[in-house]
Design a protein around this ligand. Sequence first.
Ligand code: ACO
Length: 376
Amino acid sequence: MPESSAVQRGLQDVVALESRICFIDGKLGRLIYQGYDIRDLAARSTFEEVAYLLWYGRLPNAEQLADLKSRFGQLRVLPEPLVELIDQLPVEANPMDILRTAVSALALFEPEETKPGASSIGGAQRLTAVLPTILGHFHRRRRGLPALKPHPELSQAAYLLYAILDSTPTELEAKAVDVALILHADHELNASTFAARVTASTLSDLYSSVTSAVGTLKGPLHGGANERVMELLDEIGTPHRVEEVVKAKLLRHERIMGFGHRVYKVEDPRATILRDWSRRLGEAKGDLHYFELLGQLEEVVHREKGLYPNVDLYSGSIYGLLGIPNDLFTPVFAASRVAGWTAHVLEEYQDLRLIRPTAKYVGALDLPYVPVGQRV
Ligand code: ACO
């Protein structure tokens, strides 16, 4: 038998590479992008500044920021054949499948971007700029609305809302989404970022890496959890049912979505900020239904299981209040995380080493080969 070796299931606690992009202190509940605390960035920055920070390792000056905003504005238009391709896809499809297909197909129209290397910063900006257009276009089509006209003036957050909802958001609505985009933009070696880096480490291109990442984010244990939180809230209905529903789920060993985290052993700092935004937006809209249910849910899950909320607990309540449908929550997450995925791919190209772990073989050895006609 091969030599036995310890297996770290799910690669838990394995340090796979060095990175300057993102630091998580799971014990103190801190999240840092390129040296800056997420709390400062959420309070004082914008998604555009954060994307620049992740890609270039420093905050932009006024001119660099204006330049990036203008580039985002120009890069929002989809190639016409890709619009036609999206129009042929089933309207009942999962929007994450549409996003994955569209990112993959976009590469065919931008062959200069399918070469790996540091120059891929153009592709990083292109993908970040265009993801809201893809989502907006698909969502409009399934509602029978005419094609989306990209709006070059709006911030990424405001454009994302405009693309999905077909109306220009208020300042408060756009700021709520801007904060959500900042908070979701990167998270060290989460599963989808790792998938992107694995793909890049084979010297494959940026668009292939992001395609891998979109497929990975789709899973309910990763990006799909916020949709499930909203389904749970609808199942619960009123605050007095929280206890009964949670206890029944835990008895059945079901997971309560929006709680627990592989790295944070205390409250996820993003959940703290989003809780505040869920309340602010709820107050502004005169609808605190979800906010109150979530507060109850937190209390019961912490008492029964000792678990803390993660980023997905409150994000859905914010998106729901804004009118974003549940099945676009994960695509909205992708529209933010694309900045982090691409920053990690660029970093991978700078310090490339094929990512290829090993498995502990637990199967059979030396089986005698039986010809097909003699097998039972
Ligand atoms: N509900 C109920 N029990 C939970 C939960 C939960 N949400 N999370 C962890 N546990 C329990 C497990 O059942 C296990 O209990 P046991 O030891 O009695 O069997 C224990 O806590 C440890 O769980 P693990 O699965 O080993 O922890 P892991 O680090 O793998 O889990 C994960 C992290 C996948 C996020 C998990 O907490 C989970 O499934 N949460 C719900 C899904 C979710 O909210 N995902 C979003 C994460 S944030 C993001 O990706 C953006």
